[in-house]
Write a protein of this length. Structure first.
Ligand SMILES: Cc1cc2nc3c(=O)[nH]c(=O)nc-3n(C[C@H](O)[C@H](O)[C@H](O)COP(=O)(O)OP(=O)(O)OC[C@H]3O[C@@H](n4cnc5c(N)ncnc54)[C@H](O)[C@@H]3O)c2cc1C
Length: 277
């Protein structure tokens, strides 16, 4: 699915605390009427926020990706669920969000690609992926046997997903995810299936390596997406100081890679070489 870029202004119509780590924000407005869902259950949008608590206009270039948990085309209304972690435009905005606040939706994309022949699926992620996992599980009901593994910072982040779920408690999730270790010790069902993983960048990188190079899963039988990065500021600083153009590195990997997964292998090799993995 190609990335779409539009600009839709929306207004907050409800703010609901769903668990200690997550707040559900409902946004609506005439410009959302033109939003065309991909019908892919992990679809997300980039949200531009105003300064937290300012009630002002959304600041361009201050966008963060969030999963579309629910979209109602008749009411032109959308729910997203935002993790309340310390620091960061998105987390801080969500903590102070109020009805009437304005947001702007820009990019729209989706990643979930379960093959037709999959006889089972495993959905894994940390708390940031809980909205995507919940929607995928909901929309897969009666179609494909599903299990889930979800890493959460607070025991009360547990919720009923309608599928067998292993909850991993990690109060220190903000300092590092353990998802890759959990998944490395997980036996996958026999036969063709699909493994979907989303969460912290290091954990998802190691998980992808395990699925692709450790278990030898074929391209297309897994989808792994990095959602956020521990100590993102330090990484940005290292990137700026290195002077490395990561976009050019990716373009080079893309030229050499025969598919998306090989491109990711080549890109990560290059990032490692310049100390930016
Ligand atoms: C496709 C996609 C879908 C996503 N869907 C969701 C979603 O539905 N709900 C959701 O909450 N997030 C989701 N995310 C993750 C979200 O975009 C990131 O967590 C983002 O970094 C949050 O921005 P921020 O401004 O709060 O923090 P940033 O400005 O990016 O970071 C500030 C600091 O907070 C840290 N940080 C960032 N995120 C977290 C976190 N989750 N926990 C602890 N520390 C963190 C960083 O390391 C940094 O130190 C999604 C990401 C992608 C790519």
């Amino acid at each position: 699915m190609t990335k779409e870029i539009t600009h839709r202004l929306a207004e907050v119509t409800a703010v609901t605390r769903v668990s200690p780590s997550l707040v559900r924000v409902t946004v609506a407005g005439p410009e959302l009427a033109g939003f065309e869902p991909h019908g892919v259950p992990d679809e997300g949008c980039v949200f531009n926020f105003p300064e937290p608590g300012s009630g002002g206009e959304p600041v361009p270039d201050a966008g963060r990706w969030y999963t579309v948990r629910r979209f109602d085309p008749v009411a032109a209304e959308m729910d997203v669920e935002i993790v309340l972690h310390p620091g960061g435009i998105g987390g801080e905005w969500a903590r102070a969000a109020r009805v009437g606040d304005r947001l702007r939706l820009t990019h729209h994309n989706s990643w979930f690609r379960r093959p037709e022949e999959a006889a089972w699926q495993l959905l894994a992620g940390d708390v940031t992926a809980l909205p995507a996992i919940a929607r995928i599980a909901e929309e897969s009901a009666g179609r494909v046997p599903t299990t889930a593994v979800v890493e959460i910072p607070h025991p009360q982040d547990r919720r009923e997903l309608g599928v067998p779920t292993r909850w991993i408690d990690n109060p220190e999730l903000g300092a590092g995810s353990t998802l890759h270790e959990v998944l490395a010790a997980t036996t996958l069902p026999e036969g063709p299936g699909y493994v979907y993983v989303a969460g912290e960048v290091s954990a998802t990188r190691l998980t992808r390596k395990h699925l692709r190079h450790g278990l030898g899963l074929s391209t297309g039988s897994y989808g792994v997406i990095g959602y956020w990065r521990v100590d993102a500021e330090a990484w940005r600083r290292r990137q700026a100081e290195s002077g490395v153009d990561t976009v050019a590195l990716y373009a080079e990997a893309e030229r050499l890679g025969s598919d998306e997964e090989e491109t990711r292998d080549l890109f990560e090799e290059r990032l490692e070489r310049v100390g930016l993995l």
